[in-house]
Design a protein around this ligand. Structure first.
Ligand code: SAM
Ligand code: DTB
Ligand code: SF4
Length: 320
């Protein structure tokens, strides 16, 4: 399918065989290829910094087997109501002062309620007015909700495919992979940028990792932002006892994502808390150029300012 040109959105459709071939490269060769592509499109000494805030925690009706916030599992997490707009704006101001350029607001919903839309729109507008890029992840959206958020100033919408189409039903039963794609299409149509990635380390096979990357890379256009999360195992969930993915395997995935989606931000997302400096450095060599800063993600821990300052000082890499 080489040469299948689509209105400048991307130069090609990737095949499963091509991705398998990339995954099978010698690690040294793969990292070199990814690093070459990385520097054609980005400054490899810079990493974009996003900050997360959970604006509505826990009590979610969905049954995602990886998540602390699902009401289906006993994880000990306390559910909360939606945050007040002024609290969100105060948190965004702090995030900016700590060096974030994007503020991502997450809610444990299947989809937002109509009654919450005015507050969500106000949050998007007020955070953008601080000079931050804005992102939300609120579950499934209707056309109308996507249009409202876009109009209010939301730059990005995060909605992950999370796994390959084949593996997805083993992780979630309350919605389908197709439901995810439908929302992603609505987000695109609204004019917002797409943030879409997934989780590795959920017991998936090598072919599922290929299928996951294939689904992302062949989106038209590919997502502007691609978060790759290493599973944070949560006690009480079906995946609570999962073995961590090896650092070299994780870096391989990042490298292949970089090669498949040369102009996207590839985010080394959840899981940094459990990674050594060396493992993270491998990911940046492989083309990761975005992270979450701050000492927490949504409900789990993240390295925080002091550790990250030391890491990026050691690497001579600048957070932007
Ligand atoms: N409820 C919305 C949804 O699922 O789209 C938004 C919030 S949900 C927590 C956002 C993303 O967090 C999920 O798509 C998943 O990729 C990630 N996530 C959830 N639990 C995780 C975990 N234990 N480890 C790593 N990533 C996780
Ligand atoms: C994404 O891909 N990762 C972020 C963000 N999008 C919303 C969430 C990570 C959550 C990790 C588990 C937790 O803190 O609950
Ligand atoms: Fe709910 Fe999102 Fe967690 Fe799934 S991942 S249980 S939809 S908060």
């Amino acid at each position: 399918m080489d040469g299948d040109l689509r209105a400048g959105a991307r130069a090609r459709i990737w095949t499963r065989e091509e991705i398998e071939a990339l995954m099978a490269l010698a690690f040294t060769e793969l990292i070199f290829r990814a690093a070459q592509i990385h520097r054609q499109h980005f400054n490899p000494t810079e990493v974009q910094a996003s900050r997360l805030m959970s604006i509505k925690t826990g009590g979610c009706p969905e049954d995602c087997g990886y998540c602390s916030q699902s009401a289906h599992f006993k994880t000990g997490l306390k559910a909360s109501k939606i945050s007040a707009v002024e609290d969100v704006v105060a948190e965004a101001r702090r995030a900016k002062a700590e060096g974030a350029s994007r503020f991502c607001m997450g809610a444990a919903w299947r989809s937002p309620n109509a009654r919450d839309m005015p507050a969500l729109c106000e949050m998007a507008g007020a955070v953008k007015a601080l000079g931050l890029e804005t992102c939300m992840t609120l579950g499934m959206l209707s056309d109308e909700q996507a249009a409202q958020l876009s109009e209010a100033g939301l730059d990005y919408y995060n909605h992950n495919i999370d796994a390959s189409p084949e593996y997805y039903p083993r992780m979630v039963s309350t919605r389908t992979f197709e439901d995810r794609i439908d929302t992603l299409e609505r987000v695109r149509k609204s004019g917002m940028k797409v943030c879409c990635g997934g989780i590795v380390g959920m017991g998936e096979a090598a072919e599922d990792r290929v299928g996951f990357l294939l689904a992302l890379a062949n989106m038209t256009p590919p997502p502007e932002s691609v978060p790759i999360n290493a599973l944070m195992p949560i006690e009480g969930t079906p995946l609570g006892e999962s073995e961590p993915i090896a650092a070299i395997e994780f870096a391989r995935l990042i490298a292949v994502a970089r090669i498949l989606m040369p102009t996207s931000y590839v985010r080394l997302s959840a899981g940094r808390e459990n990674m050594s400096d060396e493992a993270q450095a491998l990911c940046f060599l492989a083309g990761a150029n975005s992270i979450f800063i701050g000492d927490e993600l949504l409900t789990t821990n993240n390295p925080g300012q002091d550790k990250d300052a030391a890491l990026f000082e050691r690497l001579g890499v600048r957070l932007v």
